[in-house]
Design a protein around this ligand. Structure first.
Ligand SMILES: *[C@@H]1O[C@H](CO)[C@@H](O)[C@H](O)[C@H]1NC(C)=O
Ligand SMILES: *[C@@H]1O[C@H](CO)[C@@H](O)[C@H](O)[C@H]1NC(C)=O
Ligand SMILES: *[C@@H]1O[C@H](CO)[C@@H](O)[C@H](O)[C@H]1NC(C)=O
Ligand SMILES: *[C@@H]1O[C@H](CO)[C@@H](O)[C@H](O)[C@H]1NC(C)=O
Ligand SMILES: *[C@@H]1O[C@H](CO)[C@@H](O)[C@H](O)[C@H]1NC(C)=O
Ligand SMILES: *[C@@H]1O[C@H](CO)[C@@H](O)[C@H](O)[C@H]1NC(C)=O
Length: 485
């Protein structure tokens, strides 16, 4: 009895102290966690469960993420300055950071439960505003020739919750930045085995809306569908195809070609304040030493109002083909980022003068001897001298058209190019990858946006300093908050 009393007394005295200790520990833990949540914007779970990356890399990348995503939240209103015929491509900037992924559809489409064969449900995240109707009317059921007994349902999710029912999620045309809360919520609703697809036709410099926080780098996108040749599903802007039949080679009428070339250099551009380098300043400087006609918002001449109509396109083409050279300067300097500017110049029959990917990279994808790379020259004056030489020497100039008898260039119009992402071909390739991976998911590497396969594909805009001098410093502040200006 006595011992019980003592026990009881001891316990009686100990418990409050213990509780107090426990409580204070709780308070400290709560404070630490809320500090983590508020200051680092990291949910406690993630903070603890994810291995801390190497500090230098982590700091660099989180700074990158913050600089381009977190700190510039609302200002990055990604309205497209162009309109598609009668369709106004308006992206609502108010959706930045909200849980609604700018869609009006909220009802998820389910695979029919009585389906006898297989069913793959693919949901699109990110496609905003009128892009939905411009690219493809959704929802849609697709059958793929390669797997007859499988129905593919393509749908668009409006709410993050709706991804739960999908087998595959396409991150496509993510115009608005997905913030930390959206990422956490997307991860929460990701069902086991769900395949996430990264779809982008913009370079890493521009496709920042998709950039996930660093610590999710390994567990976000399973596969990629980009312009890059080593993407899981490559969708290049254009490509060169050598002729198979040697006898069917067309001959270019050089007399006619030279007769048409009444002007020297053309530049058509409407995105003047590029993110990686100062393309406009480059053109203005070059214009001081050689004659260049500049069209579009960045120049002082206009062809038609810049609408994507057939009449306007034809008018632009006619204009461009009257020039010996056209400046095809990419907005970013990243491997394989060779856009329609380049391919279309070749199709029209003018010699593109390029900056963007490295000379060697163009050489790999372009028709042989079809272009002039700015980085082939030691200075702007050397570039000018060479262009003047070609202007005077028809034989040397015509060498740039020799490839026309060896092969042809395939390209999409810019509109078809964007539509390609939701085309049956691409959707069937995605479904194919999914069905293939489903059986052995651990065999495959994730697609790392921060790694050498994406962010690491970008580099300096030239090996020569005179070109690098046009690159923006890292702390560069843009005048316009619209990244498409
Ligand atoms: C099965 O699904 C199809 C649509 O795929 C529908 O037309 C049909 O009525 C369904 N059958 C039953 C018994 O629910
Ligand atoms: C996609 O990646 C996630 C996260 O790594 C993984 O759990 C899932 O099984 C993968 N899905 C497929 C189809 O490979
Ligand atoms: C995550 O990525 C890093 C760098 O690519 C790699 O070393 C590591 O093994 C990956 N971890 C997992 C769990 O895939
Ligand atoms: C090439 O073009 C010129 C000038 O238009 C024309 O006179 C000539 O007949 C054409 N040659 C051929 C082979 O078509
Ligand atoms: C366009 O601007 C350039 C440079 O400012 C100038 O040299 C040129 O004459 C202008 N062209 C026209 C047609 O106004
Ligand atoms: C013109 O170009 C051709 C072919 O490149 C070259 O053989 C020739 O020497 C050049 N003529 C002059 C005057 O430079």
């Amino acid at each position: 009895m006595a011992s019980t009393n003592i026990d009881h007394k001891i316990r009686y005295r100990l418990i409050p102290k213990f509780e107090l200790l426990f409580l204070s520990v709780c308070v400290v833990v709560a404070l630490v966690l809320s500090f983590g949540y508020i200051y680092l914007d990291v949910m406690p779970d993630y903070f603890h469960n994810y291995p801390k990356p190497k500090m230098s890399q982590a700091v660099e990348d989180i700074l990158y993420f913050e600089r381009f995503v977190l700190s510039e939240h609302d200002p990055l209103d990604l309205n497209f300055p162009i309109s598609l015929e009668n369709t106004d491509l308006h992206v609502n900037p108010k959706h930045v950071g909200s849980m609604n992924l700018c869609s009006t559809r909220t009802e998820p489409l389910h695979c029919p439960s009585n389906n006898t064969g297989r069913c793959v449900k693919i949901s699109v995240v990110g496609l905003c505003g009128n892009w939905v109707t411009v690219l493809r009317k959704l929802p849609v059921k697709i059958s793929c020739p390669a797997f007859e007994k499988t129905d593919i349902f393509l749908d668009h999710v409006g709410k993050v919750e709706a991804i739960e029912k999908a087998h595959v999620v396409l991150f496509s045309f993510v115009a608005n930045y997905l913030d930390m809360n959206v990422w956490l919520k997307l991860r929460f609703y990701r069902s086991p085995g769900q395949m996430w697809v990264f779809q982008s036709e913009e370079s890493p410099v521009y496709a920042r809306g998709y950039m996930m926080p660093w610590f999710f780098r390994n567990e976000t996108y399973n596969i990629s569908n980009t312009y890059h040749t080593s993407a899981d599903i490559p969708s290049p802007y254009g490509y060169y195809e050598p002729f198979r039949n040697e006898n069917s080679n067309p001959v270019v009428n050089v007399t006619q070609l030279l007769k048409d070339k009444t002007n020297l250099i053309i530049w058509i551009c409407s995105h003047c304040e590029t993110l990686q380098w100062d393309r406009t300043k480059f053109v203005f400087d070059l214009q001081r030493v050689i004659n260049i006609d500049t069209f579009g918002k960045c120049g002082n001449l206009s062809v038609c109002s810049g609408k994507w109509t057939t009449t306007c396109n034809n008018e632009i083409d006619k204009r461009v083909s009257a020039y010996k050279f056209s400046l095809a300067l990419e907005n970013s300097c990243c491997e394989d980022y060779v856009t329609e500017k380049f391919w279309h110049a070749l199709v029209i029959g003018t010699v593109p003068i390029v900056t963007g990917p490295r000379f060697e990279n163009y050489n790999k994808v372009a028709p042989p001897g079809s272009f002039i790379h700015v980085d082939q020259f030691n200075s702007m004056e050397h570039l000018r001298d060479y262009l003047e030489y070609l202007d005077k020497n028809d034989t040397a100039y015509l060498e740039y058209f020799k490839w026309k008898s060896l092969g042809t260039v395939r390209e999409h119009s810019i509109r078809e190019h964007y539509q390609n992402h939701l085309s049956n071909d691409v959707i069937c390739s995605i479904a194919d990858q999914y069905l293939h991976r489903q059986s052995s998911p651990n065999e495959f590497k994730m697609f790392d946006l921060y790694g050498p396969e994406w962010k690491g594909t970008c580099h300096h805009c030239g090996k020569h300093m005179w070109i690098r001098n046009y690159e923006h410093p890292l702390n560069h502040r843009r005048k316009s908050k619209n990244i498409w200006d």
